[in-house]
Design a protein around this ligand. Sequence first.
Ligand SMILES: Nc1nc2c(ncn2[C@@H]2O[C@H](COP(=O)(O)OP(=O)(O)OP(=O)(O)O)[C@@H](O)[C@H]2O)c(=O)[nH]1
Ligand SMILES: [Mg+2]
Length: 342
Amino acid sequence: MPDGKPPEAWASLALSPPCAVVGLGGAGSEAVQDLVSLGIPGVRAFAINSDAKHLLRMGVEERILIGSRELRGRGSGGDRARVLRAAEEGREEILRRLAPFEIVFLLAGLGGGTGSALLPYLAAELRKTDALPVPVVFLPFQVELDTNQGRRENVEATIGELEEMGGLLLALANEKLRRFESLPIHRVFHVRNAYLHSLVSSLVDMVENPSQLNVDLASLKNHLREAGLSTLLVGEHHISEPERLVHQALSDSLLDYHLSDSPSALVHLDGGSNLTLRTLDRVLRTFRQRLGEPQHLVFGTRMRPEPRDVVRLTAVIGGLRPRSVRDALRSPTGAGTPLLAR
Ligand SMILES: Nc1nc2c(ncn2[C@@H]2O[C@H](COP(=O)(O)OP(=O)(O)OP(=O)(O)O)[C@@H](O)[C@H]2O)c(=O)[nH]1
Ligand SMILES: [Mg+2]
């Protein structure tokens, strides 16, 4: 044993869940609960709220109430300043519990107080540790933004802080769910959560499971350091049509983002033993065409022992246009329009 520790000491490190999904405030916690119901192996689930009643209802392993002195368990009623004071109260405990994870997804519905204020606060605090924070925000429906100036300002303030921080930012616009508007509301949110589930599982799988051309957490972090503001895309398609696979990942998305003139990409393919170099080449060529000759392109692959008809693509696209989400709030792309606007 090179470091002199008994096997149990490092075996427990390999077995403990490496990543966490953390719901902040009401909407964030409900989304985490839904992700748990879909099954997320290797990921520990947390709900953090200032609203004790809501927290009590959540079927999530780890629950943390913040600001029992400042807010007395009753939520913030949209008051970001009081949430920040509450966050200071709980700062040490939250960081003690979250900092040991490798990737920490922080989820919040923007527009209220608790999630909107906690998200940038915790992302900034976690960036000082070894954990990689990945903010996931749900943008309110357009009608909420148009009819409530205070809420819009709240949303823009949070997005502004996150965009300035850079790194990965997943912004899921409720407006893009309008294409499912004939479904009951909870089912519509479930569609969004199932999509988020595929993003979270793909990223965790990409960095946690070793592959032939490996993309591990260190290489992801290196890439993100250079890439500026970034987003994550996933796609799955039949192996015979690699071009469609890229097209699907780039267009069939509930995310809001806009590319700059010099995007970068980290591309990972997960397929069977029939995944050939030619398929990889066609995927990368298509990416280069669609992104307009990216400045920087890194790739990895994983081949399963058996042949597979379907290839899964996970891509971290960097170099998003600054203020891209804030601007999207002002001029929503709406349902069914191409998302790769420049
Ligand atoms: N309940 C719920 N709300 C959602 C969801 N997705 C987006 N939202 C929106 O999320 C926004 C924030 O609301 P909450 O999460 O209740 O606010 P909060 O963070 O708990 O903040 P306070 O209650 O003000 O302290 C609202 O605009 C909701 O409409 C969802 O899946 N469930
Ligand atoms: Mg609340």
